[in-house]
Design a protein around this ligand. Structure first.
Ligand code: OFO
Length: 185
């Protein structure tokens, strides 16, 4: 079959078909906002933990913040590669102070559940819009969210077992430091 190349500055039908719709573009830009907010939220939590002497938990959360930034960047590149325009979100400042390590991980879990719900809604939108390319792209986020929710739940289970035991918290801090190191080798 003879394929007619697109002239400079013009689009052929194939190019137009591969472009993202403005509905999907807007929805993905909203996801950029959520991932970006998660990144600065976890960064703020990490800073609080470091100041309070929980160096291991801080290391874990600094890494987690980096991961969320990477999730955001993946969306930037995807939107732009599909002919859309990824927009830098204007993010609200996250809280500066936290009640406890336990409260931090409760917030992490509820934020991850929210992100999972948003990803699922995006997947549904892609099916309705017949955008199977974005549907395929989002599968990475679906798997990632399963892991992140399960990690946050495991951490909260540990904290429930430890309760108010100071020695237990010392060991917990060391465990999270090791976990951060193992995940980012
Ligand atoms: Fe954990 O939120 Fe990103 O995907």
């Amino acid at each position: 079959m003879h394929v007619i190349p697109a002239k400079a500055g013009t689009f052929n039908n194939q190019t137009i078909q591969n472009m993202i719709s403005s509905k999907i573009e807007q929805a993905l830009n909203r996801q950029i906002d959520l991932e970006g907010y998660a990144s600065i939220y976890y960064l703020s939590m990490a800073s609080w933990c470091e100041v309070k002497g929980f160096k291991g938990v801080a290391k874990f959360l600094f890494h987690h913040s980096d991961e969320e930034r990477m999730h955001m960047l993946k969306l930037f590149h995807y939107i732009n590669d599909r002919g859309g325009h990824a927009v830098v979100p204007g993010l609200q400042s996250p809280p500066k102070d936290y009640v406890s390590i336990r409260a931090i991980f409760e917030t992490v879990l509820s934020h991850e559940v929210k992100v999972s719900n948003e990803i699922n809604a995006l997947v549904e939108l892609c099916i309705n819009e017949k955008d199977y390319t974005t549907h395929n792209f989002l599968q990475w986020y679906v798997s990632e969210q399963i892991e992140e929710e399960s990690l946050a739940r495991n951490i909260l289970d540990k904290l429930n077992l430890i309760g108010d035991d100071k020695g237990g918290m010392y060991l917990f801090d060391r465990d999270l430091e090791a976990l951060a190191g193992a995940e980012h080798k």
